[in-house]
Design a protein around this ligand. Structure first.
Ligand code: SF4
Length: 102
């Protein structure tokens, strides 16, 4: 096997791993309060900071940790992926207007 072919064979799996890593990092990125999608839903990392004049559906006690879209088997996880926010991480003590009781 010539060296160029060997290089290509070694580079292909590495490229796949890099791409997979990029996708994982993107899916696991944390949602910031400045994120456009999060902002549109009034997402706050701390539910007690929700603007209740704008988001009247909020009720004390509602948090990401008890929302059905908080994707984790551990309800005490400090962060977990959120389905409506593209699988990105949200804070367990956070809240947004898409909240639905788990
Ligand atoms: Fe939190 Fe649920 Fe809103 Fe996602 S949909 S940010 S888990 S309240």
């Amino acid at each position: 096997m010539d060296s160029r072919r060997r290089s290509l064979l070694l580079a292909a799996p590495a490229a796949v791993l890099v791409f997979a890593g990029m996708r994982t990092a993107q899916a696991q990125a944390k949602v910031s309060e400045d994120d456009p999608a999060g902002k549109a839903l009034g997402y706050k990392e701390d539910a007690s900071k929700v603007d209740r004049s704008k988001f009247k559906t909020y009720a004390p006690g509602q948090t990401c940790a008890n929302c059905k879209f908080y994707v984790t088997k551990d309800p005490k996880a400090p962060m977990a992926p959120c389905t409506p926010l593209g699988g990105r991480l949200v804070m367990g003590k956070g809240w947004c207007a898409a909240w639905v009781k788990a």
